[in-house]
Design a protein around this ligand. Structure first.
Ligand SMILES: [Zn+2]
Ligand SMILES: [Zn+2]
Length: 159
């Protein structure tokens, strides 16, 4: 099976190694790709485990599972890695394609076009979920750095 992330490699030589915990993502982009593949294959544990540790308990796993299953995923394009925020922060811009049903009983190809934020903690990259409760500007950052949120991960959550 070709890897859903579009690398052109077999799944067993690509994202599966990360899904099984045999390798860790070497970059935010690689983590992003493996998370896309996890949505396609409904590897919900992997989606949870690669979200910032302090956010994991806030995720609605049932909703993630339902959404990933109902979406007809149709490919991934990584557009740019906007990593200008230091080596432990990254922002990856991508389009995740899916087929949206139409009234005419056919489907059109549409895309989620997003910039996702990532933080590296103890050599592991994590996705920062902007949809769960975030700290206030002056509170300690969600990544556990002891810095204020405003001066740490907040800039990678903004354009
Ligand atoms: Zn892959
Ligand atoms: Zn932070």
């Amino acid at each position: 099976m070709w890897c859903p992330c579009g690398s052109g490699l077999n799944y067993s030589a690509c994202c599966q190694l990360l899904h099984l915990g045999q390798e860790i993502a070497q970059s935010a982009e690689q983590l992003m790709r493996s998370r896309y593949s996890a949505y396609v294959l409904q590897e919900i544990d992997y989606i949870v485990k690669t979200t910032a540790p302090s956010q994991q308990k806030l995720l609605d796993q049932q909703a993630i599972a339902t959404w990933s299953k109902q979406t007809k995923w149709d490919g991934l394009d990584v557009i740019a890695d906007h990593s200008k925020l230091g080596k432990n922060h990254a922002q990856v811009e991508f389009k995740a394609y899916y087929l949206a049903p139409t009234v005419a009983d056919s489907a059109i190809r549409d895309a989620h076009h997003e910039r996702s934020a990532f933080v590296k903690i103890a050599e592991h990259w994590y996705f920062i979920d902007p949809t769960v409760a975030l700290p206030t500007m002056k509170q300690p950052c969600l990544c556990g750095s002891q810095k204020k949120f405003k001066l740490c991960c907040y800039p990678c959550l903004t354009d």
